[in-house]
Design a protein around this ligand. Structure first.
Ligand code: PMP
Length: 414
């Protein structure tokens, strides 16, 4: 069944779970509790079937053939662009560049948009809570241009200190990059408010939406940012899919980053002219089947309705947070009032990896480590955390099992 639910009815998690075959399996002879959704999410049957159907019935290269299969493959692949434009409320499908994910999307902005514009003395502003994907590309272009990176601080609850961010928007700042949702803390940043400030100063704002689209309705026209990125594999779609959104006038001003097939208008040995955006940025044969799957994933999530998912996920977040707080010696990292169900924690005297390994033996999949956020770990003064990240297909019963498993493991380690 593909659960399209009536928005006024209560969320039926059992019927939703039935759409995700992997959730039915066991690990270590125990029913799986999959709490590693911020790492990657599981896929509904409709996504698996769309990819399967593509390879069985439609497989051909895109935009290169006039034969029936080529046309069908192109239409199926291009439907992902339409779905992404609808998901984000973009004003045009031509503003959606299909990428392998957020990492490629941010690198595209760093090298194609920022690098040609940066010079010594210029600055890029990011925040303490960024994923390495929104740090390292900026460091690399800063090295090449003589620009510098500066970092807006967060507070102990794991919230961006907005006044400090605004104070740091000086005339030398040529671009600001902020995550919409922290992959470690779950914090939702006030993007519309930040975008009003950057816009007033003529500074482009890039938003890393990797962790946002699996949880929140995103309306780009209301947010008012200049660049927005999507990760398909966290949005219940296949790996190797994602997008960069940018306004048409910005994309038009960006040179291609990769050269090759499909991104040109005309090639001669004297010179080449390039296709209009978004195709200018999409050289080579893309992950066609992956995007066919992503189109199905977006249909699936939109069929459930983001607003209802969010209400249910908030219930899960409150339940899990309250239950974890009853465990002696457990510290939660990230207690912003506005967050998604991502909970990082440590227990006194226990190493994060030991906790995660023992939880795995109880059937509970969580992530331990630095979560590609070394500077954030440094801010909290810890080398690693355990992270439980929930999705709309998780249940209150699973939270009870998770908390009971932690309590058991804590006693073992203690
Ligand atoms: N930004 C954030 C906040 C993330 O959580 C991740 C994935 N862990 C990335 C960027 C990288 O995204 P991708 O896997 O699409 O390259």
């Amino acid at each position: 069944m593909n659960a399209i639910q009536n928005p006024v009815e209560p969320f039926d998690v059992d019927s939703v779970r039935a759409d995700f075959p992997l959730l039915m399996r066991e690990v270590h002879d125990k029913a799986l509790v999959y709490f590693d959704n911020a790492n990657t999410s599981q896929k509904p049957a409709s996504v698996i079937e769309a990819v399967d159907h593509f390879y069985r019935q439609t497989n051909a290269n895109v935009a290169r053939a006039v034969h029936q299969l080529g046309e069908e493959a192109t239409a199926a692949y291009e439907s992902a662009r339409d779905r992404l434009a609808r998901l984000l409320n973009a004003s045009s499908r031509d503003e959606i560049v299909l990428t392998s994910g957020t990492t490629q999307a941010i690198n595209l902005v760093a090298y194609s948009y920022a690098m040609p514009r940066l010079k010594a003395g210029d600055e890029i502003l990011i925040t303490t809570m960024e994923h390495h994907a929104n740090i390292v590309p900026w460091q690399l272009v800063c090295e090449r241009t003589g620009a510098t990176l500066k970092v807006a601080p967060i507070n102990e609850r794991g919230e961006l200190i907005v006044e400090r961010f605004v104070d740091m928007l000086t005339p030398s700042v040529k671009l600001a990059g902020v995550t919409h949702v922290s992959n470690v803390l779950g914090t939702i940043n006030p993007i519309a408010q930040l975008a009003r400030e950057t816009r007033r100063r003529g500074i482009p704002l890039l938003v890393d939406g990797s962790q946002a689209t699996p949880h929140l309705p995103v309306d780009l026209r209301a947010l008012g940012c200049d660049f927005y990125t999507v990760t398909g594999h966290k949005l219940f779609g296949p790996t190797g899919t994602g997008a960069l959104w940018a306004r048409k006038e910005i994309l038009r001003d960006m040179p291609p980053l990769f050269g090759g097939g499909e991104m040109i208008r005309e090639v001669s040995f004297e010179g080449t002219t390039f296709a209009d955006p978004p195709h200018r940025f999409e050289a080579g044969t893309p992950n066609i089947a992956g995007f066919v799957g992503l189109a199905a994933a977006i249909d699936y999530v939109q069929g459930l309705g983001h607003a209802r998912l969010r209400a249910y996920e908030q219930e899960l977040l409150v339940h899990a947070t309250q239950a974890l707080k009853t465990i002696p010696g457990l510290r939660i990292f990230g207690e912003a009032p506005d967050k998604v169900p991502v909970i990082s924690f440590l227990i006194d005297g226990a190493h994060a990896h030991d906790l995660a390994t023992l939880l795995d033996h109880e059937g509970v999949a969580v992530r331990s480590g630095h979560h590609c956020a070394h500077p954030l770990m440094k801010f909290f003064g810890v080398p690693a955390t355990v992270r439980a990240s929930l999705a709309f297909y998780n249940t209150h019963d699973e939270i009870e099992r998770f908390v009971a498993a932690i309590d058991k493991v804590r006693k073992l380690l203690g």
